[in-house]
Design a protein around this ligand. Structure first.
Ligand code: OGA
Ligand code: MN
Length: 281
């Protein structure tokens, strides 16, 4: 691979990749393993002005693993899911309000699918104000715990639900909305994820509802405190989008959220997700 450079954007998360254009991404057979290694090391990779077209984006993702087709049908290109608050562009746009809270994708799947390995977003239209995508490293969040906390939290389990993440943005659901949320199974995950690599990360975010066996309020206060520490401003990379940017994140090792933007904004991102092959355990 020619002249690819990777420059860290913050101390704990994010790096900018340069020296690779859309054609290079498509042509170079070694690109998949190089990108996966860089992703593991940096959590988030930024390609400014890549101007990847939707088919090329899906092709790129195929080099990283299986492409998730479970949300197909919202965009003419299979594998592409539009992220927008405009229901004319995505009939399930209402659910995307939950992207304004810190989260890990895929903690409350329909079945027992593993969380996605990686997610790619490309900017088609950017918000007039706000709409940055923010990232925090959940490996670093674990590492920053004290030895006593690591010991104690290593045995805790947390119930995640779609209802928990939706309630944060829609606190007064209609009975129909609530029934729809509750029809999705809840999932119990360890608070500390021991990855196949041996690294450990915290599993936190909007879907985390309560700590098993702990007083409800106490457990929620613990989850909120851990999330606050994990996402303190000096631990966050905030990507300010320009049209044509592509960003990819390690969904297993970072938390992410969208910064607020005008709900009437035409902001539109095209998303492709790479299927996970590792359970949270
Ligand atoms: C997502 C997501 C954030 C954003 O696509 O999973 O959380 O900034 N997007 O749109
Ligand atoms: Mn997300």
């Amino acid at each position: 691979m020619s002249l690819l450079t990777i420059n860290k954007l913050t101390e704990s998360v994010g790096a900018e990749v340069s020296g690779l254009d859309a054609a290079g991404l498509a042509a170079d057979d070694s690109v998949g393993s190089v990108i996966l290694d860089a992703l593991e090391a940096n959590g988030v990779l930024v390609f400014r002005g890549l101007r990847l077209d939707p088919e090329a984006q899906v092709g790129f993702c195929r080099r990283l693993g299986g492409v998730d087709h479970s949300a197909d049908g919202h965009h003419p290109v299979a594998g592409i899911y539009p992220i927008t608050l405009d229901p004319a562009k995505n009939s399930s746009a209402a659910y995307l309000k939950a992207t304004f809270d810190w989260h890990i994708d895929g903690c409350t799947p329909l079945g027992n699918e593993y969380p996605q390995k990686a997610t790619v977003l490309s900017a088609v239209q950017v918000a007039e104000w706000g709409g940055e995508t923010e990232f925090a490293n959940s490996y670093a969040a674990y590492e920053a715990l004290t030895a006593a906390e690591k010991e104690h939290y290593g045995s805790l389990r947390v119930v995640h639900s779609l209802e928990a993440s939706q309630r944060r943005v829609t606190p007064d659901p209609s009975p129909e909305q609530l029934a729809r949320w509750q029809s999705r199974p809840t999932h119990e995950h360890p608070l500390v994820w021991t990855h196949r690599s041996g690294r450990k990360s915290l599993v936190l975010g909007a879907s985390a509802d309560y700590v098993v066996g702990m007083d409800l309020a106490e457990g929620r206060a613990l989850l909120a405190d851990l999330l606050e520490r994990a996402t303190a401003p000096d631990r966050v990379y905030s990507h300010v989008w320009s049209v044509g940017d592509t960003v990819i994140w390690d969904n297993r090792g970072v938390l992410h959220r969208a910064a607020p933007y005008d709900p009437a904004s035409r902001r539109e991102m095209l998303r492709t997700t790479v299927l996970g092959d590792e359970p949270i355990r």
